[in-house]
Design a protein. Structure first.
Length: 152
């Protein structure tokens, strides 16, 4: 068992320096800003991110979307079901008939267009909260990680 002084140092170090804790805090804070801005449209930022991948990729498999967003397949499935129910996304069989593909609907495209001013508002609020340097640092760090993981 650790000595009390050593335990205090360990707890203080993890509590004040843990990158995972800080990133999760940033994630929850920033996600809340974007979710609040998008609330009038009935979509969350996590769902809009799925739509953006599909919009950029065209016909795409759920597995590819999950990999690109580093998202658990069960989380993606819940989001896809909500997007499909709202007719923003179409799920169909791929060419081989064995694999599902996701496709943006016209209604989904209109949602993306409507989301633009709401997204810009949340982006500006987040940039103001982080400061320009902080926002640029996050973008740089994310782009570096994505490049190393082979994401785009």
């Amino acid at each position: 068992m650790m000595k009390e002084e050593s335990m205090t140092t360990t707890v203080d170090s993890i509590a004040s320096e843990c990158l995972a804790v800080r990133i999760r805090l940033l994630n929850r804070t920033i996600t809340g800003i974007f979710d609040e801005a998008l609330r009038p449209l009935g979509v969350k930022i996590s769902q809009l991110n799925v739509l953006m991948v599909v919009a950029k990729r065209g016909l795409v498999s759920p597995g590819d979307v999950a990999r690109r967003l580093n998202m658990e397949k069960s989380t993606l499935s819940r989001n896809v079901e909500r997007l499909r129910t709202r007719e923003w996304l179409r799920v169909s069989d791929g060419e081989s008939g064995r694999k599902q593909v996701l496709e943006l609907t016209a209604k989904g495209l209109r949602l993306i267009e409507k989301s633009w001013p709401h997204w810009k508002k949340a982006q500006a609020e987040t940039e103001a909260l982080l400061g320009q340097q902080g926002a640029r640092s996050i973008l740089r760090a994310a782009n570096t990680v994505w490049a190393q993981l082979g994401r785009d």
